[in-house]
Write a protein that binds this ligand. Structure first.
Ligand code: ADP
Ligand code: MG
Length: 276
């Protein structure tokens, strides 16, 4: 059953999750990682997902991306079409939490990886990638190897690879998690520019509440494991957003509200760990 709320004026949701579950293992050793997740994402929306560590965020992404089959309870619906196991593989762009740049490939050849896998010739893939280097702040670094770059630059290579794989839905799993605060905030503004220009739908996992509010049209909060949707907060802060938005009353009020919710959930994780 498709949720009527997901039918916006412009047609079906870009992505809809209907009663999605994931259990690992069996019997007493079974872990319920994700339970009863219902979520609708509209075309062009920037949705951020936060929740305590281990609550099932990456598992949810792996299911959407088609890398992991959801349990048979529910379904992943893409542009109005329910998907069979793994069907979205290759239809969406996905940057996993631990993104692998191959150390033996140059920056350029790392960027073209997904295009080559798709069957594009090396030459055509390189031409396409080269055009994006200036926009991603990597001009002049085409022949470098990943280990010669800073953390922020490596993240941009991984993001460029994800954007080069031209899909209108992009999943980013904590892409800025390993960066220092200054680099992170620069990357956030830069990502919003790129998003506004390329007009893609983005689903973005973070454990940073400021980041979730700053970037999102909507912040989705997950409960402690087994993770489900605790609440959704629509963010009406005007765009384009710059660093000053985080000092506004409106931002602070949303942050206070979300912080209380996330803290309550994190305490549950903590209590569960203490009881184990
Ligand atoms: P998050 O990304 O929110 O930190 P994960 O989705 O990585 O959380 O993990 C959610 C839960 O599922 C954790 O308890 C984790 O140990 C468990 N889990 C994830 N993948 C597997 C797997 N392949 N086999 C067994 N348990 C898993
Ligand atoms: Mg994760």
């Amino acid at each position: 059953m498709l949720d009527k709320r997901a039918e916006g004026a412009s047609g079906p949701a870009h992505l809809q999750l209907v009663n999605v579950w994931k259990r690992f293992g069996e019997g007493e050793r079974q872990t319920v990682a994700v339970r009863n997740v219902d979520l609708a994402i509209q075309p062009g929306e920037f949705v951020t997902l936060i929740g305590p560590s281990g609550c099932g965020k990456s598992t949810l992404f792996n299911m959407i991306a088609g890398l992991l089959p959801p349990d048979p309870d529910g379904s992943v619906v893409f542009k109005g079409q329910p998907q069979q196991d793994g069907a979205l593989l290759g239809k969406i762009a996905f940057m996993p939490q631990r993104d692998l740049l191959f150390p033996w490939r140059t920056v350029l050849d790392n960027a073209t990886l997904a295009l080559e896998v798709e069957g594009m010739s090396k030459k055509a893939a390189r031409q396409k990638a080269e055009a994006l280097f200036p926009e991603f702040g990597l001009k002049g670094f085409e022949k470098h190897y990943p280990q010669q770059l800073s953390g922020g630059m490596r993240q941009r290579v991984a993001l460029m690879r994800t954007f080069l794989f031209e899909r209108d839905l992009i999943l980013l799993d904590e892409p800025f998690g390993a960066l220092d605060a200054l680099t992170r905030s620069m990357m956030q503004r830069w990502l919003l520019d790129i998003w506004a220009k390329h007009k893609r739908t983005v689903l973005f996992i973070t454990h940073d509440i400021d980041e979730a509010i700053f970037l999102g049209d909507k912040v989705v909060v997950m409960t402690a494991r087994p993770g489900t949707i605790k609440c959704e907060e629509t963010i009406t802060l005007p765009r384009p957003r710059d660093a000053s938005v985080v000092t506004t009353q409106e931002f602070m009020a949303i942050k206070r509200k979300l912080l209380a919710i996330v803290e309550e959930e994190s305490m549950k994780t903590f209590a569960a760990a203490g009881a184990a």
